[in-house]
Design a binder for this molecule. Sequence first.
Ligand SMILES: Nc1nc2c(c(=O)[nH]1)N[C@H]1C(S)=C(S)[C@@H](COP(=O)(O)OP(=O)(O)OC[C@H]3O[C@@H](n4cnc5c(=O)[nH]c(N)nc54)[C@H](O)[C@@H]3O)O[C@H]1N2
Ligand SMILES: Nc1nc2c(c(=O)[nH]1)N[C@H]1C(S)=C(S)[C@@H](COP(=O)(O)OP(=O)(O)OC[C@H]3O[C@@H](n4cnc5c(=O)[nH]c(N)nc54)[C@H](O)[C@@H]3O)O[C@H]1N2
Ligand code: SF4
Ligand SMILES: [Mo]
Length: 747
Amino acid sequence: MTTSRRKFIKISALSIGGVAAASSAFNMFGSNPYVDELVRENLTKKFNRTPTYCEVCFWKCAAWTYTDEEGTIKKIIGNEEDSHCYGRLCPRGTGGVGMYHDDDRLKTPLIRKMVNGEETFVEASWTEALDLIASKFKVIKEEFGAESIALLKHGSPGKHFEHLFKAFGSDTIAEPAYAQCRGPRETGFALTYGSWVGSPEPTDIRDTKCLVLIGSHIGENMHNTQVQEMSDAIDNGATIITVDPRLSTAASKSKYWLAIKPATDIALMLSWIHVLIYEGIYDKDYIKKYAKGFDELKEHVRQFTPEWAYGITTIKPEVIRRTAREMANASPAVIIHPGRHVVWYGDDSQRARTMAILNALLGSWGRRGGFYFKEKINVPKYPHPKYPHPKWGWQEIGEKYPLAQMGITTEVINASIPHKDNKYPIKAWMVAGTNLTKAIPNKALLEKAINELDFMVVVDTMPMDVTGYADVVLPECTYLERYDGIRSATNREPSIAVRIPAVAPKYNSKPAWWMAKEIGDRLNLNEFFNYTDYKEVIEWQLDKMGTSLEEMKKIGVKNYPRTSGPLYLKEDENYTFPTESGKIELYSQELKNLGFDPLPKYTKHPEPPQGFYRLNYGRAPMHTFSRTANNPNLNDLKDENNLWVNPKVARIIGLKKNQEVWLKNQDGIISTFSIKVRITERVRWDSVYMVHGFGHNNKKLKRAFGKGINDTQLITKVAIDPIMGGTGMRGNFVTILTEDPHKTIGI
Ligand SMILES: Nc1nc2c(c(=O)[nH]1)N[C@H]1C(S)=C(S)[C@@H](COP(=O)(O)OP(=O)(O)OC[C@H]3O[C@@H](n4cnc5c(=O)[nH]c(N)nc54)[C@H](O)[C@@H]3O)O[C@H]1N2
Ligand SMILES: Nc1nc2c(c(=O)[nH]1)N[C@H]1C(S)=C(S)[C@@H](COP(=O)(O)OP(=O)(O)OC[C@H]3O[C@@H](n4cnc5c(=O)[nH]c(N)nc54)[C@H](O)[C@@H]3O)O[C@H]1N2
Ligand code: SF4
Ligand SMILES: [Mo]
């Protein structure tokens, strides 16, 4: 990128909070390397910088926090040495400052009490709140066992409480990032290749010649490295094929946009497999050398011609053939992206299997421009006694789902509702860093479970909806105000990053590590928390890893050389995949043995009834789920979601641009709030679309309250994946109400 001297001055004269965005294919980055360099130089002169890694989403980009002499946080900029961000944060990461400055933050511990016959939150001291938690935990442990206390968590705070729970004897742990997110993909790929995809995905987008996105909307989904690498790949002439019923940002940058009929992706992929095999354009050597079950696959897809798929997907046969050939031409530098939020229609592990099989036929796993072999460095465990063995835990609770590899939140919820056959009664929850009321579908069931609990603690930074259900609310300080675990990244090269407080915690907030330790001490688990400050843990670990806190303060990120071997398979390498057979399992004997389809099949899913539209949802570049809706910086960029409606639908209903409407779903659930209409050809006539994470119900969130609709409220029907327990959420249908339904029924 070249810029004139004049622009230089103009940019550097901008307030440091208002740096403009630039990136070649996606013009939505909150920072750009060239401007950042200027800011960096200027800032280093005037301000202090402290290393951190971002907590606005789970990509965990390493960054520098700049503070002025008064100790006010001014700006966060990406760390140039970091392979998660290449020195550039996404708009959310840049807006992370707003998390710290948000004056709606939780400020002090709260305890639910009866005051004048009404339940209310009363401000409490830390001692009072922590004593209460420890005494409740002890009582429940005595009566039911520690296993009866569940931890529902997400993000960095979860790690500290996980340690506390394991030390206490509970492995009843789950997070929405599994059964509401990546779970089916990990199962589908593990069945085929023997290993998870994991985060970050080892997609070699930088060097790819063809990237196939199937309902993966990179560009709105701002996973940093992927957006940047995709932008470069486009500049380098890579072909992008996007399969999405909606014209996503990625679709708009693509050579092919396949506006598929929702819920029919498996049919499309089976016909791609058909074309690759029956035109003989798959990677024959790779399949012969590394795969197992090809003959069964070939027979299985015989009838799945593009003509067959056309009737199901509405994608023309010649487009199916042409795109399959594009992929084959690029092979092995081609990626069928595994997606990330993949809990759609209940057959999601099988859809992931279909993706995994396609990648195998294209020879992309372990190949340049396909998937590389990732590497991570292990952070040494800070010494503590052995964890006790719980009698049951997440595995038993999820036993109905044989291939679940992590705790299933919804099964924890079910086990919290007493009934006579419940072998695993759950009595209390600690909820840390997850806004369950927005993350988990079927709110009625969630509320039923919460009502049955003896005790519930919520640890959050903000008064999110979920805090309203708690008996005790603990205010965590933001990621900018605390030490935290070392980030060990799984990437092309391993690296670590540290999080060091840039400022002291605001208000009466505290870090999660401190809360875990304080509760642990009260539960006589002192030996598990053998330190006074988490800094000591990090210092010990860094020392073992050949560095120090002093060094890390200066560099923030340390990259290590690879030791596990090359990034890609070597020519003719005799590689053993970590599956049962040592081969890529196109045909899955494991699934067959468990009574599931060994080869993926297309099944038809329900379609919207007359007058209803499929509820589709996704991401906006400047927001993360519900967590950023009230963030002053990010709320400024987008303060509500809109309802994307096709012009044909707008005509039928008589909708106007920006008209406020309400939604009612197939089960009669009506949205609490209204949403403004956006009329656009970018969405199919059979669906409507909105960004997830809006429609907040807690008035304490000044900026976010009542703004837009909460998609989760309308997701009451869930299609459970029988293989791993994921909750398919895309089978909900809504009708559009133009009159305020709450007025007419007198609310
Ligand atoms: N309807 C619907 N449901 C979904 C999705 C969807 O798109 N639509 N997406 C699914 C996916 S992919 C995922 S991964 C999950 C995500 O689920 P969650 O991670 O639960 O998502 P958030 O709603 O952002 O909730 C995060 C909570 O953590 C709090 N928080 C933020 N930082 C900190 C911190 O440093 N410490 C503490 N203690 N708390 C903090 C926030 O204030 C917020 O309350 O949701 C899933 N559920
Ligand atoms: N800005 C931002 N970025 C994020 C996040 C965030 O909160 N904000 N969250 C992160 C997390 S944890 C996750 S899991 C990822 C999720 O991001 P992805 O895995 O990329 O996306 P999904 O939410 O699964 O899919 C959304 C896309 O699927 C399309 N779609 C809907 N139905 C169908 C269908 O039947 N077939 C096909 N082919 N497409 C369909 C939608 O139109 C939409 O474009 O995003 C990550 N990145
Ligand atoms: S992708 Fe954005 S929000 Fe996520 S960690 Fe990186 S900078 Fe933060
Ligand atoms: Mo996710």
